[in-house]
Design a protein around this ligand. Structure first.
Ligand code: PEP
Ligand code: MN
Length: 353
């Protein structure tokens, strides 16, 4: 189970509380697995074999200074999953978890219908099982291309209906959740919005699976609690996505934290997706990190692919060509097989001639 300490506690109070938790654990044959500072105020507790999780949780909830105890056994919507069967999420042909990993691929931004349709068929042939593309773009500058908006969603839906690839697309604003959910199969919450709690609550209640990207400076504890907001709003199909962290070296756009994959899997049953595109910012680095993500245990991959990478309206430097994507995904598929897992593939070709 995961124990959350009250966020208002001073450091000395936190230490005292950790002592009370230690005492409870040693009385009950349990073990505190400190997440270290990176986990913020979450503490993982390994219970004794055979211990009844709910009974333990209700005892721990009584300890002064505990904010909440998340358990795997009680409400199905909590994100805590130590010891719980890893969740498998299926969206059309895409399967995340349960021995399968799926590739979500497509351009950074939706630009135009016909080229996206042709690209989607190429992606499908390469083994992708979902289509990505932003219709609403979170841009650093208000003067940069902001996305096509609703027409972009219409293009995605049309391409999806023709190719059978489900759509993963970002929603930026709580007021747009209903609109985006009408067109998308999976709602994406971007890195910049991981802590937009109003958006998390709205998106979590939309009845769609949600792909939640890790904030670029978020601890794993904060990431899990953001997912908990989605769960709390009713979302039972949450995909966590590692997409790289802010760091000190401008040579690589972001520092892709692949250790987050096994670290998250220790404490949550949710599938973990890796985005090597934003995670590196450079097309030259994406194939290697895609293979590394497969080796690290990722249940899915989010990859930016553009028919003409140099002319992509956003994130051109990290976009792969469809050909490079196909080769890179084949290699990742071999890595998955070496790790006793498989790439979920779309059914045989049905492209109209
Ligand atoms: C994206 O996936 O296009 C995107 C904007 O990603 P991130 O939120 O990780 O920057
Ligand atoms: Mn992008």
């Amino acid at each position: 189970m995961i124990v959350l300490l009250q966020s208002t506690l001073a450091e000395s109070e936190q230490r005292a509380l950790a002592g009370r938790l230690e005492a409870w654990a040693s009385d009950h044959g349990a073990r505190l697995v400190g997440f270290g500072p990176g986990w913020g105020k979450c503490v993982e507790v390994d219970l004794a074999a055979g211990a009844e999780e709910e009974a333990c949780a209700s005892q721990v909830r009584q300890i002064d200074g505990i904010e909440a105890v998340l358990t795997a056994s009680r409400p199905t919507h909590h994100v805590a999953g130590a010891g719980r069967e890893p969740q498998r999420i299926e969206v059309g042909p895409a399967r995340f978890g349960g021995g399968f990993a799926s590739a979500i691929a497509g351009p950074c931004s939706v630009e135009e219908h016909d080229s996206l349709l042709a690209l989607a068929w190429q992606l499908r042939r390469a083994g992708a099982t979902a289509l990505r593309g932003g219709a609403f773009k979170p841009r650093t500058s208000p003067y940069s291309f902001q996305g096509l908006g609703r027409p972009g969603l219409e293009i995605l839906r049309s391409v999806s209906d023709q190719t059978g690839l489900p759509v993963v697309t970002e929603v930026l604003d709580p007021r747009a959740v209903e609109l985006v959910a009408e067109f998308a199969d999976v709602l994406q919450i971007g890195s910049r919005n991981m802590m937009n709690y109003a958006l998390l609550s709205e998106a979590g209640g939309a009845g769609r699976p949600v792909l939640l990207k890790r904030g670029m400076s978020a601890t794993l504890g904060e990431f899990l609690l953001a997912a908990e907001y989605l769960a709390h709003a009713g979302c039972s199909r949450i995909l966590l996505c590692e997409r790289g962290l802010r760091h000190f070296d401008p040579t690589v756009r972001n520092l892709l934290d692949l250790a987050a994959v096994p670290a998250l899997k220790r404490v949550t049953h949710l599938p973990v997706v890796v985005d090597p595109s934003h995670g590196t910012g450079s097309a030259a680095l994406v194939p290697a990190m895609l293979a590394a993500a497969a080796a690290a245990g990722a249940d899915g991959f989010l990859v930016e692919v553009h028919p003409d990478p140099r002319h992509s309206v956003s994130d051109a430097s990290q976009a792969l060509s469809p050909e490079v994507f196909a080769t890179a995904l084949e290699r990742a598929s071999k890595v998955l097989e070496a790790c006793d897992r498989r790439l979920a593939r779309p059914a045989a070709e049905t492209q109209p001639v």
